[in-house]
Design a protein around this ligand. Structure first.
Ligand code: PRP
Ligand code: URA
Length: 209
């Protein structure tokens, strides 16, 4: 079964408090989403493998560590996942970025795919899927299935707010995918929104409502 890591850090809690407030405007919402993404990314990259290499400082030869193994890819689920890209890239600037476009049908709550463009060597990379909201889980489950269909084997999911229903569905669908969560909320409402949540993440990041 996959690992579920719920963040436990005062800075993340403070910033999630800001994005939950309905009076927080687009600029502050976007900035805090980006900062939270970086802080979750710090935790989600904690077990990346290192190797020792010999280098020379201006003073002498020494051994340092550098990242080893698979290269990284970042895959935001459009639209709202785009808000997490900058924060993640500030940690892993060499990562390639793929995009998966999915929207949730408001009636059925099922994800509808409209775009997919991934790095050509995505299957050989360690993939970090980012989306601020894990509600029913439908969108993340579909995005990760798409990545697996393209051959990706090593995938993690980073989200800012999750509902227990979505986490359960994700673990059932993809038991090999570890999930890193900023805050675990109470439940979904009748419209599939996370309670207490923060409303529609995409609309709040892009100011479309
Ligand atoms: C939101 C969010 C997730 C999805 C979560 O996207 O960014 O992708 O809903 O819900 P789920 O877990 O029930 O699938 P939305 O469909 O609103 O599209 P948008 O990002 O373009 O606004
Ligand atoms: N998508 C959102 O943007 N917010 C929710 O609460 C659920 C799905």
């Amino acid at each position: 079964m996959s690992k579920v890591v719920v963040m436990d850090h005062p800075l993340i809690e403070q910033k999630i408090g800001i994005i939950r407030r309905k009076e927080t405007g687009t600029k502050d919402f976007r900035q805090n989403i980006s900062e939270i993404a970086m802080l979750i990314g710090y935790e989600a990259t904690k077990d990346l493998k290192l190797e020792e290499v010999e280098i020379e400082t201006p003073i002498c030869k020494t051994t340092v560590k550098q990242l080893k193994g698979k290269k990284l890819a970042l895959v935001p689920i459009l639209r709202a996942g785009l808000g997490m890209v900058d924060g993640m890239l500030s940690l892993i600037p060499a990562a390639k970025v793929g995009h998966i476009g999915l929207y949730r049908d408001p009636e059925t709550l099922k994800p509808v795919e409209y775009y997919c463009k991934l790095p050509a060597d995505c299957a050989e990379r360690e993939v970090f899927v980012v989306d601020p909201m894990l509600a029913t889980g439908g969108s993340s489950i579909a995005a990760i299935q798409l990545l697996k269909d393209k051959g990706c084997k090593s995938i993690r999911l980073l989200c800012i707010i999750a509902a227990p229903e979505g986490v359960k569905a994700m673990q059932e669908a993809h038991p090999d995918v570890d999930i890193y969560i900023g805050a675990m909320d109470q439940k979904l409402n009748d419209h599939g929104y996370i309670v207490p949540g923060l409303g529609d993440a995409g609309d709040r990041i892009f100011g479309t409502k």
